[in-house]
Design a protein around this ligand. Structure first.
Ligand code: GDP
Length: 195
């Protein structure tokens, strides 16, 4: 899909703040710094549709983006930011959990993992939830420009193994920097939305 008119709609915390639409939604989940904003920008061909300042790790809002009136991208708060208190962490967990549990138009979840890191406990919990939800999903390994092709293949295998034996493909190495894998990811999204 070539995106023509992506628009930021709203930052929401509570369900009553979510936009009222019946478009299907694709949620992006991952720890802070995994590359969510960069991926959303790469998928929409915009430099600053989604942006993260140095305080990005502190945001616990859910950002909604209207993609050409066809679907919504939903940027979930990044989890696992070290410099926050336990209370704040559980609040974030709640914000994410609430969205995942109450949003009927949620159609697909994309889990982002930095290709250079082993999945954290939070990543694994998130992945397990996604699997069990039965929703359409993909795992995107970000920042693959930082590794050689051989190393990328090694990391795909090792991350798949650490996510568990039930991990059934749909792993996309991408780079927001040089756009590796972005078309492939769109092809997957388009195919899944057409079903
Ligand atoms: P977020 O917190 O998940 O939204 O992550 P960001 O998109 O803000 O990215 C976190 C950091 O990783 C930033 O410094 C980005 O420039 C960098 N980054 C994100 N994607 C890529 C990528 O594909 N390649 C490289 N080399 N750096 C990336």
């Amino acid at each position: 899909m070539t995106v023509k008119n992506p628009r930021f709609i709203i930052s929401a915390v509570r369900p009553e703040q979510y936009p009222e639409t019946d478009m299907l939604e694709i949620a992006f989940a991952g720890r802070s710094n995994a590359g969510k904003s960069s991926l959303i920008n790469a998928l929409t061909g915009r430099k600053r549709l989604a942006y993260s300042g140095s305080t990005q790790g502190m945001t616990r809002q859910i950002n909604f983006y209207n993609i050409d009136d066809e679907l919504m991208f939903v940027d979930l708060p990044g989890y696992g930011f070290a410099a926050v208190s336990k209370d704040q962490k559980s609040l974030w967990g709640k914000v994410i959990e609430q969205y995942l549990n109450v949003r009927p138009q949620l159609y697909m979840i994309i889990l982002l993992l930095d290709i250079r890191r082993d999945p954290s406990e939070d990543d694994k919990v998130m992945y397990r939830w996604i699997r069990e939800s039965g929703l359409c999903h993909a795992v995107v390994l970000t920042k693959c420009d930082k590794l050689s092709r051989m190393k990328v293949n090694e990391r795909i295998k090792s991350i798949a193994a650490s996510l568990g034996p039930e991990q059934g493909g749909n792993i996309f190495p991408v780079s927001a920097l040089n756009r590796t894998g972005i078309e492939e990811l769109w092809t997957f999204i388009d195919g899944a939305m057409a079903e």
